[in-house]
Design a protein around this ligand. Structure first.
Ligand SMILES: N[C@@H](CCC(=O)N[C@@H](CS)C(=O)NCC(=O)O)C(=O)O
Length: 261
């Protein structure tokens, strides 16, 4: 049975799904959905996920969307090499982290990532094309945010408040990592995989200075990246051409303002 992941490179929700499959040694086909041209709003994609969001996991005929749900599905479907901790307390800790990401970190994430991953592509389009892409969005709030981020990029106030949310997350992680080597306990779990995706993106954007002052978080990140399934680093799972493109887009951030760690 073929497993496919419909994803956009460096979309953290999609990356966590790829990280979980890699950790379990499950081969999968990585299918790129071009968010820059709104392929995710085409009828083929909407049939799979009416919310128009990546990632989507295809397990033969079974379609699963929403990354945290996908992670739990993967764990139930392929329980070998478990990524859910053994005790009720550790499972609660794990779910507290996946909930934090779903409710706090991910909603703030576009303020950091959208100007780097998507804006440069939109800047190459005509204003009519940009308006058409905004009009196609299914959600008014998302449309207004993308308009703001398109107009203001990394100078938007949203970038600053998203960075604060990221820093607050680092502080909470530092506390949990003072009691155990991984976020939910002493075993690597879905909590670590979920957070890792954001840290990999931060590093690739050139923003690792934001989290390196947190010593336990820094060590946690190094240990997570060294897991054998990443052959040295999770960035090895990305196409080199995409990495270059992203790093070019992140070259001009007004980072001086964000370094008050
Ligand atoms: N709750 C969803 C969120 C997924 C999500 O926000 N996906 C973003 C990429 S990170 C997306 O598909 N955006 C498409 C768009 O903004 O048009 C999950 O965890 O899978």
């Amino acid at each position: 049975m073929t497993i496919e992941v419909l994803n956009y490179p460096l979309s953290p929700c999609g990356e966590k799904v790829r990280f979980a499959l890699a950790e379990k040694g499950l081969p999968f086909v990585d299918r790129h959905v071009d968010l820059g041209s709104k392929e995710n709003l085409g009828s083929d994609f909407l049939r799979l996920n009416p919310k128009g969001l990546v990632p989507v996991l295809l397990d033969g005929d079974i379609v699963v969307s929403d990354s945290t749900v996908i992670l739990e599905y993967i764990e139930d479907r392929w329980p070998d090499r478990p990524l859910r901790p053994a005790t009720p307390l550790e499972r609660a800790r794990m779910r507290r982290w996946t909930k934090h990401v779903d409710e706090v970190l991910h909603p703030a994430w576009p303020g950091i990532a959208w100007p780097i991953l998507v804006r440069p592509k939109w800047q190459m389009k005509s204003s009519q094309e940009v308006e058409a892409m905004l009009a196609a969005l299914l959600d008014d709030k998302r449309r207004e945010r993308q308009r703001r981020l398109f107009e203001q990029g990394l100078d938007s106030s949203e970038f600053q408040s998203s960075m604060s949310t990221f820093l607050g997350t680092c502080e909470e992680m530092e506390t949990d990592l003072s009691t155990s080597s991984w976020l939910a306990g002493n075993a690597y779990s879905l909590a670590d995989i979920t957070l890792l995706a954001y840290f990999v993106a931060m590093e690739i954007f050139g923003f690792e200075r934001v989290f390196t002052p947190f010593s336990r978080v820094r060590d946690w990140y190094a240990s997570a990246c060294a897991r054998p399934c990443f052959s040295g680093h999770p960035r090895n799972m990305l196409p080199a051409s995409r990495l270059n493109e992203i790093q070019m887009a992140a070259l001009t951030p007004p980072l001086a303002m964000t370094m008050k760690v």
